[in-house]
Design a protein around this ligand. Structure first.
Ligand code: 1GP
Length: 232
């Protein structure tokens, strides 16, 4: 799976705390996206994560859990993304919860595919920023420094520019993309149409679309083609 993940250009992020219909999920899973990421910052439970996994498993699309709640960790996903929030001021989100997770579920590392995400949260009004107490007011040099730290010191396979809920700064995405040498650059935040998706897909290796699937599904579905056709 780790090799396959490197080729992902587009992913939809499903929030297990939100309800969905079978036909809605079929449209998302059969859209041509490379993967479904299950993740969110509020209201995540073992029940809604398990329900989400079972529902997505009816389709052939890969399904990954972005682990944000220790209690919701459940086996059976294709891979597990572990966000390390580099600009969190709450240390629990840098290493505390991770250490507790491995204390309880360390065997996951032997049996499942686990990838670390160096996470930078850049929308100060997002629930992720509030929850982690992230210092989202960073300039370009601060963010680039975090991308270097993530790739070269922590050796994270993924660096995630998380603008959750708001469309990000293309110059930042470009600069980080030019800085990273090996890590896979994920961009997520505020993509509502194909033009925005295509713009970020020029610089990001993988473009993640979340809220739009709940707000305007048809426009969200169009982002798949836009990302796949964008030149990188
Ligand atoms: C959220 O990066 C994803 O974790 C996607 O962001 O919901 O704003 O699309 P949006």
């Amino acid at each position: 799976m780790k090799e396959e993940i490197k080729a992902w250009r587009h992913a939809f992020k499903i929030d297990p705390a939100k309800s969905f219909s079978e036909s809605w999920l079929a449209d998302i899973c059969e859209s041509g996206t490379d993967a479904i990421i299950v993740g969110g910052s509020e209201g995540i439970t073992i029940d809604n994560v398990t329900e989400c996994l079972a529902a997505v498993r009816r389709f052939s699309v890969p399904c990954v859990l972005e682990v944000t709640e220790l209690e919701a960790l459940t086996p059976g996903f294709d891979a597990y993304f572990i966000p390390v929030v580099l600009n969190a001021h709450n240390p629990a989100f840098i290493s505390g919860l991770h250490q507790q997770a491995l204390k309880a579920h360390g065997q996951l590392l032997e049996t499942e595919e686990v990838l670390g995400e160096g996470y930078c949260i850049l929308n100060r009004n997002s629930s992720a920023a509030r929850r982690t107490n992230a210092d989202a007011a960073m300039d370009m040099d601060d963010i680039v420094a975090f991308s270097r730290f993530s790739e070269n010191v922590l050796q994270m396979p993924i660096f995630y520019l998380e603008y959750s809920g708001t469309y990000g700064n293309e110059e930042v995405v470009k600069k980080v993309s030019e800085t990273l040498e090996h890590a896979q650059l994920f961009y997520g935040g505020g993509i509502r149409n194909s033009q925005q998706a295509a713009q970020m897909a020029v610089w990001a290796d993988t473009v993640v679309v979340g809220n739009a699937i709940y707000e305007n599904k048809e426009e969200a579905l169009d982002t798949v083609k836009a990302v796949k056709e964008a030149n990188r």
